[in-house]
Ligand binder design. Structure first.
Ligand SMILES: NC(=O)c1ccc[n+]([C@@H]2O[C@H](COP(=O)([O-])OP(=O)(O)OC[C@H]3O[C@@H](n4cnc5c(N)ncnc54)[C@H](OP(=O)(O)O)[C@@H]3O)[C@@H](O)[C@H]2O)c1
Length: 341
């Protein structure tokens, strides 16, 4: 049995859901993977840098008691990782779509400290994928980011592990559930603001919901998938991006009434000269389109490959637990490490 020190940087919706999942899956991790774990570090801007090499009591941590009783230290990320003796960093800080920072710096610090670096933060993938992947390879650790695009549904690992030598030609998807929830509220006659409030109550909006409604979240996911799976360095400003603010309740209801509701659709296609043309914008979806099956918080990506005309992955009504579950891929890396040792 190997015991791993886990550090959580970010302790909001996803960070807390991950902590709860670890408790729930403790037995499976011991029995199936031979892994024991403890949380030795937790940090956010408000909580500060908290480290306990012996491990925090998770029940107290989730109840907020640790924060009340442990004095945060004036560490920076590197000293915090060292004090917590981190084996794995789970990075779940807020999205910065423009630079991916400070998430990239945190993940780099973890790899340089000899820890696996796992993130739910798509900004870090868009702006730091090449740098962090190369660093992870050089230090023999893993940089994983499966939670970034379709919650727990496999996207990156699907290609990495099951689609060797397949060339991705194009993809389209519904990558943002907040906008679907808002549009469905408007279809039911409610206001845009009602929709935002409902999405916030579900815990699915970005820390700043304008990142959802203005199409940034979907564009960043599109960019992450294109960069990783098409190996094309697409930049955010190369994506034609339009959010859902231009739609009013009347227009949204009329589209729904003719059976072609509006959804925020992301598209990317490889050109013959190996560039990628990409867009994120509201489109009316007909019933025979694979994307027509999407409602509520569900997410979908539809791939066209040289080897397969169509491959669709759907995450049906994911919740925060499913997002946290995407981190479970780490168990395979840890198990592989146990076997290597
Ligand atoms: N919610 C979802 O359904 C979902 C799904 C997939 C991926 N994600 C991604 O997961 C990440 C977290 O989402 P969330 O819903 O958990 O957000 P959240 O509830 O707003 O939590 C963000 C956490 O990060 C901390 N934080 C933010 N900036 C920080 C910084 N510079 N340094 C240290 N801590 C910082 C925040 O605490 P302080 O404010 O105290 O610093 C908070 O604990 C985001 O990148 C998001 O895109 C979310």
């Amino acid at each position: 049995m190997s015991c791993y020190n886990l550090c959580l940087l970010g302790f909001g919706n996803v960070g807390r859901a991950l902590a709860e999942l670890l408790v729930k899956k403790d037995e499976e991790m011991r029995e199936e993977f031979g892994i024991e774990w403890r949380i030795t570090g937790v940090a956010t801007r408000r909580m500060g840098w908290l480290a306990s090499p012996e491990g925090f009591d998770l029940v107290k941590l989730l109840a907020g008691d640790v924060v009340a009783n442990v004095e945060p230290q004036p560490y920076g990320v590197r000293e915090w990782l060292k004090t917590a003796r981190a084996d794995v960093l789970f990075e779940t800080t807020s999205l910065n779509h423009l630079t991916g920072r400070p998430a990239i710096d945190y993940l780099r610090a973890a790899l340089e400290a000899g820890a696996h670096a796992i993130t739910a933060n798509k900004g870090a993938v868009v702006h730091g994928y090449r740098e962090l992947s190369e660093l992870a390879r050089n230090v023999g650790k893993r940089f994983f980011f499966e939670a970034t695009c379709l919650d727990s549904a496999p996207v990156f690992s699907l290609f990495r592990e099951t689609l060797p030598a397949a060339r991705l030609l194009s993809f389209k998807g519904i990558f943002n559930s907040t906008t679907t929830v808002i549009l469905e509220e408007m279809e039911a006659g409610k206001s845009f603001e009602d929709g935002v409030r409902r999405a916030q109550a579900l815990g699915i909006t970005e820390t700043d919901p304008s990142q959802d409604v203005d199409g940034w979240d979907a564009a960043v996911k599109l960019c992450a998938i294109a960069n990783v799976l098409m190996s094309v360095p697409l930049k955010l400003d190369e994506i034609e991006r339009e959010g859902i603010r231009g739609l009013n309740t009347e227009k949204v209801r009329a589209a729904r009434d003719v059976g072609r509701p509006f959804r925020l659709v992301a598209r990317a296609a490889r050109t013959i000269d190996n560039r990628v043309v990409a867009s994120v914008r509201p489109e009316q979806i007909s019933g025979d389109d694979p994307l027509g099956a999407i409602s509520g918080t569900s997410l979908m990506v539809h791939f066209e490959l040289d080897m397969m005309p169509g491959l669709t992955v759907t995450s049906h009504h994911p919740n925060l637990q499913s997002t946290a579950y995407a981190f479970a891929r780490t168990c395979n890396a840890l198990k592989a490490q146990v076997n290597e040792n």
